[in-house]
Write a protein that binds this ligand. Sequence first.
Ligand SMILES: C[S@@+](CC[C@H](N)C(=O)[O-])C[C@H]1O[C@@H](n2cnc3c(N)ncnc32)[C@H](O)[C@@H]1O
Length: 290
Amino acid sequence: MLLSVVLTTGKRICDGIQSDNKVNSIQSLPDKTRIARSFGLAAEKYDQYAHLQRDIGDKLFAGFSAENAKDILDLGSGTGYCASKLSLENPFATVISMDLAEAMLHFAKQGRQLDQDELNQSWLCGDAEHLPFSHDSFDLVVSNLTIQWCANPHQVFKELFRVMKPGAEAWVSTFAEKTLVELKESWATIDSYRHVNNFLSCDSILQSLNAQPFSAINHFHSQEIYFYDSLGSLTGELKGIGAHNQNAGQASGLTGKTKLRKLKQDFEKKNIPGKGIPVTYDLVLLHLVK
Ligand SMILES: C[S@@+](CC[C@H](N)C(=O)[O-])C[C@H]1O[C@@H](n2cnc3c(N)ncnc32)[C@H](O)[C@@H]1O
């Protein structure tokens, strides 16, 4: 039985991207230390706000069974929702939860320890762009809504391919460019700073993927619309899960009250009576076979 927390610290998780980027889909660079801190600070409350992440995680799980996998990786495991499901589905598998944010891993481990005695789980702090595993390690990799936080998807897919065993599968969800478009449009009426994270187009995600010799790549692209009753309910949710704007080009300092009032007015004008304010999540589900 293995029940451990393996936490690497320092340089590895703060490394920048490597310089061998051959595909033209590198986003402006978010600072990984800041990303880890934002998510870490949100760890305790994350589950209260993560309805969307749960819905999308469940969509991902509808596509596969973990029954026959021996070694499983949950990449960007957060509070451990997917890792727990995987362990329950296959108590004989070794499930590694890996995340950039140590605090997420501590929270996930604490929350699970009561019923994990017989389960083979471990928690590892690391970066999806530099996976701390040897080649051909996993039969199954699951990654729910994490890789949009990585500046260099080409590097993530290269690493994913490397650590998958021949014939292994990966099931990945991520967001593409129309995500939060309504919020972006409202901000564009106020100023030209980048207030909302940038997301790659689905084509550019696929272009990065195609650079790896996967034997099969299936993708499912859909625009999911969620309804909110105010600007505050959307921004409260984003803040609650730790999803802060990490892009370069954002305004420095606090945003003035007048701007925020105007933003609220413009955003809430989009309200559809009886439904709420529509917000797009441009969802890409990926099924990869090595
Ligand atoms: C939106 S949460 C999703 C968490 C979890 N998969 C779920 O379904 O609830 C994104 C997670 O990705 C992690 N993350 C962000 N960048 C990462 C990276 N480069 N490597 C590993 N994890 C990362 C964050 O710390 C956070 O826990």
